[in-house]
Design a protein around this ligand. Sequence first.
Ligand SMILES: [Zn+2]
Ligand SMILES: [Zn+2]
Ligand SMILES: [Zn+2]
Length: 423
Amino acid sequence: MEKFASPGKGNGLRLLKAVKPGELLYRAAPFAYIVSKKRLGGACEHCLRRKERLFRCSQCKVARYCGAHCQKEAWLDHKRECKCMKHIDPNFPPDSVRLVGRIIFKILRQSACPSEELYSLSDLQSNGDKLSEDMKEGLRHLARTLQLYLKVEIQDVSQLLPALDIFQIFAKVTCNCFSISNGEMQDVGVGLYPSMSLLNNSCDPNCVVIFEGPQLHLRSIQEIQLGEELTISYSETVMPTPERQQNLKRQYCFECDCFMCCTQSKDADMLAGDEQAWKEAKEVINTIGAPKSCEEWEQVLLSCQTLLKSNTSRLPDTNIYQLKLLDLAMDACINLGLLEEALHYGNRTLEPYRFYYSGFHPLRAIQMMRVGKLQYSQDMFSQALETLKQAHDIMKVTHGTEHSLMQDLMMLKEDCEAGMPFK
Ligand SMILES: [Zn+2]
Ligand SMILES: [Zn+2]
Ligand SMILES: [Zn+2]
């Protein structure tokens, strides 16, 4: 793999040989990473695994670990921030502030970082001059919040590191950080992987980024020719082109001219059906936060059921807001233990997923794995096995056989094959 000047896009990455789909092209440890605020208390701060019971750091009482081993491993990164967190308690810094705090402590430690192999923190683009005025004001506000957060450890960052411009660091983090997702593709954290910032965007990319804990894996999902640029998708692609482009422009300051954007090929399907109906669905979806309790899930399910009922014959399941409703209803049912009803919604999502996430796409594999599991829960062994087999074929490419999610899938398949009772 090598860095090169990609026409019209600044720097890029390309391969020195041709590859088939399903190859692990790069493995990168983060320069710095954190568990995102909304997952705090639900995932280990070191390995990012989800666990029912986590142990609290006895000092700040905020950081949580799955055990003594993880806590010990994380101490170097947590030591100084621990004092800061304790100091500002009961407040808690926004994700980007906590991440920049860790970046600064790491710079001060002056330790070499393998994630800077191809591209270093100082090489990173900041787009500082291209940002909109309100984005700039937002970043200035974050820089002030950071000063307050770090105060107990660093009196004045600008004196300690005169060459370091805090505003620039925030600008770099905004357009270079990666959302770290867990096996189910849910966001759990945020991290910076400088070398991987060389990857440019395509809404129909030839590579995918998958995480194993905080480790980033870059894998090929299409055939890639010698010298061809490697691309990933920076944002969710199932979104009407104008909306997707607006997001890319706002956060990353560029206009995407990929094939998907130029042809807007699936836009008509995304918004098919009665406009009034999907606008209503969109509005309701936007009000749903992150439900946790049973009552909250029951509320979500009720809203989805009502809308789905009134949308019958008004919206096809391929309409992206209708699809979102089906996904939410499925989530709600799983959380409430209504597995038969969950399967009904899950089944309806498979065709739209196949249409939008065609080829090798991790989201489609994971959706199939979930539906397969639900089929298994209803003793539909042969259907479940068929669905899990299809999930397996995609995941071999997107995740690789070594990935922990793949191990989970294999176990599920074996239990299902043996006709073991579902647990
Ligand atoms: Zn852990
Ligand atoms: Zn602590
Ligand atoms: Zn595009």
